[in-house]
Design a protein around this ligand. Structure first.
Ligand SMILES: *[C@@H]1O[C@H](CO)[C@@H](O)[C@H](O)[C@H]1NC(C)=O
Ligand SMILES: *[C@@H]1O[C@H](CO)[C@@H](O)[C@H](O)[C@H]1NC(C)=O
Ligand SMILES: *[C@@H]1O[C@H](CO)[C@@H](O)[C@H](O)[C@H]1NC(C)=O
Ligand SMILES: *[C@@H]1O[C@H](CO)[C@@H](O)[C@H](O)[C@H]1NC(C)=O
Length: 593
């Protein structure tokens, strides 16, 4: 970490925020204390039980084994006059009678709406944590059923039109020799397109949403919202338990370091170093380069698994193949062909063309989710074998949402997940200073070229596949309450449990190691032999047992680091403890039919 950069951001007076928040709470507590006896006397007579929860839980429409509700929170914890915001929550109650409390969750992104994701994932979390906690999920501000919500374009269709067949959807086409003058120019042209799109959507969001509203969408605000959820559900001084993956690992790190006195059991996997997230400019590519450390290694394992499984399980493999290299070569040749000439796709409801970038982003998504391998390799094989790109194009264009009528509660899907993601990542981002020039397309490409030296296949894919860049155009950047910027090494009474996968293409073990080193004795690291991103990878039974003991019995692993070896013979054939519930995939816009 560049200490000078951290120094600039660390100048933000975090202490003041904390203090004023406590004052706000106190004011509210006094108000409640004064009002409650009267309230009870009038309506229910003498006090019999604890005050009613401000969340009116009702069985959820989607799944009646869950409870759904809303919590009104102050929009600005330092400034009551800013009004209130509304968080949408779900509760999957503890299934064991020996209930211990609640665990608050985050499913990553940023931008995966927790309410909807919970219908797929909370059952798994309930199981892996030993069934003794209510699993509480919520939509962060800007997302899902919470209010306000990011809707810059006014409709899913308008946003779809905006991004269709642009680099936002296809990601970069990477020339054969990106390091040549000609190759670099091709990348620069695409990066210019990306910057123009980022600038346009930023301007539109400023107009339709406004900087002030967007400024409250950040991880810092999310932590205070989680504190509020814990306060109303458990109590003023309750310790906060947390379970989060991917971006959720950032939420876990902010939680432990912003509120160390309230940190309970914190579990994070799919680790992104929060310090770099908060203090590095994303466009510097420094964080992305770290995150892609294991991308090639993971791709190689994917190819080996495909070869070992054979054509019966992996359609990318042909009977005559002598090794995984033959499969690798076939895919490389296909990508090179598309780079020369995109493939026409006429027989798809939304006709278009398949590009090399679309194939790269599909492959990269496959590396994150073995549960999709059967389906994705079949699509790729159809395109490679039979020049039939229809299924693959449909996949690349994921996110397309047919206009849908509002549900009974008036909820309309806005189809702008990318912007909801950007609202949070830019809300967390270090703003450019007055005299700090904005990055040009050429500068960004030169940084991508450095990444491409060691991460040749996906080094130019992910920064557009998962939008985080261009925060200098985003109206919410630096507009909200003081961002938390660290330090991230607070001492915690209960060490945080950090989990990494041996083959995670986007949140590798070295990133987890950085967080573990920063937190020292306040964390334990567990590495498990599996392939995939964060909780989208099949879990080892060994890791599940460690996690269960941690939450259900309070057992902290003794050793600073634990290793759980691989348990699955071949990931094409058998995924053991499978992950990624279809409902979650649907949320990610992945069509699993
Ligand atoms: C979790 O689910 C698995 C099946 O997927 C089951 O074998 C196991 O007993 C469950 N564990 C708990 C603690 O519920
Ligand atoms: C591609 O070809 C191989 C053998 O040549 C075959 O096993 C596989 O099923 C084919 N895939 C598709 C989708 O046609
Ligand atoms: C699309 O057209 C190709 C020929 O161009 C054909 O082989 C393929 O079966 C068609 N795919 C679908 C999904 O209709
Ligand atoms: C925590 O980090 C800060 C800034 O990065 C550093 O100055 C401090 O010495 C660290 N504290 C501990 C206990 O390591």
């Amino acid at each position: 970490m560049d200490p000078e950069k951290s120094g600039i951001a660390a100048g933000v007076p975090q202490q003041d925020t904390r203090r004023s928040k406590a004052t706000w709470n106190k004011t509210k507590a006094i108000f409640l204390a004064a009002a409650l006896p009267f309230f009870y006397w009038v309506y229910w007579g003498p006090l019999k039980s604890l005050p009613k929860s401000p969340i009116d839980w009702k069985p959820c429409r989607e799944d009646s084994s869950f409870l759904c509700g809303y919590l009104e929170v102050p929009t600005d914890y330092d400034n009551p006059s800013a009004g209130t915001s509304k968080l949408a929550l779900t509760n999957y109650p503890a299934t064991s009678r020996e209930r211990l409390g609640i665990i608050i969750t985050n499913y990553g992104g940023p931008g995966v709406p927790g309410r909807d994701a919970s219908f797929g994932e909370a059952v798994r979390i309930q199981n892996v944590t030993g069934n003794r906690h209510d699993i509480i999920s919520f939509d962060q501000r800007g997302l899902g059923h919470s209010i306000p919500k990011v809707d810059c374009f006014g409709s899913a269709l308008k946003y779809d039109r905006f991004k269709t067949n642009t680099v936002f959807q296809t990601t970069f086409s990477v020339p054969e020799d990106p390091f040549s003058g000609e190759g670099r120019a091709i990348l620069v042209e695409q990066q210019k397109e990306a910057l123009a799109l980022e600038e346009t959507q930023g301007a539109l969001c400023a107009e339709t949403m406004g900087a002030e509203t967007l400024g409250y969408m950040s991880t810092t605000t999310t932590i205070y919202d989680m504190e509020e959820i814990s306060r109303v559900l458990v109590g003023e001084d309750a310790l906060i338990n947390f379970y989060g993956g991917s971006y959720g690992s950032i939420v876990g790190a902010y939680l432990g370091n912003m509120l160390p006195h309230k940190a309970g059991k914190i579990y994070i996997d799919g680790i992104v170093p929060a310090d770099m997230w908060a203090n590095e400019h994303y466009d510097s590519q420094v964080l992305l380069r770290l995150l892609l450390t294991d991308s090639e290694k993971t791709y190689q394992l994917f190819l080996t698994e495909c070869f070992n499984a054979g054509p019966e399980y992996c359609p990318l493999c042909k009977p005559e193949d002598a090794s995984a290299q033959d499969i690798e070569q076939r895919i490389d040749d296909f990508v090179a062909t598309l780079q020369e000439q995109p493939m026409r796709v006429a027989n798809y409801t939304s006709p278009g063309y398949l590009t090399s970038g679309g194939v790269r982003s599909t492959l990269f998504l496959a590396l994150q989710m073995p549960s999709l391998w059967a389906r994705l390799t079949q699509m790729l094989a159809a395109a490679i074998n039979d020049s039939d790109g229809a299924l693959l194009l449909r996949f690349v264009m994921r996110g397309y949402v047919e206009p849908m009528p509002a549900d009974p509660e008036g909820y309309v899907e806005t189809g702008q997940g990318e912007l909801q993601r950007l609202a949070i990542s830019c809300g967390d981002a270090r703003p450019y200073l007055e005299d700090e020039p904005w990055p040009t397309a050429e500068e960004i490409v030169d940084k991508i070229l450095v990444t491409l030296v060691t991460r040749p296949r996906f080094g130019a894919t992910v920064h557009l596949m998962e939008q985080h860049g261009g925060c200098h155009f985003w109206p919410g950047t630096g507009a909200g309450p003081a961002r938390f910027t660290g330090p991230f090494n607070k001492t915690l009474a209960t060490p945080t449990l950090i989990v990494a996968n041996t083959h995670d293409p986007i949140t590798p073990y070295p990133a987890a190691k950085i967080v573990h080193n920063t937190m020292g004795a306040s964390s334990r690291l567990l590495l498990q032999g599996t392939i995939g991103h964060s909780y989208l990878a099949p879990f080892t039974e060994c890791a599940a047992q460690v996690i269960r003991s941690y939450f259900a019995d309070g057992i902290i692993p003794e050793a600073p680091e634990t290793y759980c070896p691989r348990e699955v013979e071949n990931f094409f054939v058998d995924q053991g403890r499978s992950a990624a519930h279809p409902k979650l995939l649907q949320l990610l816009g992945i069509d699993v039919d």
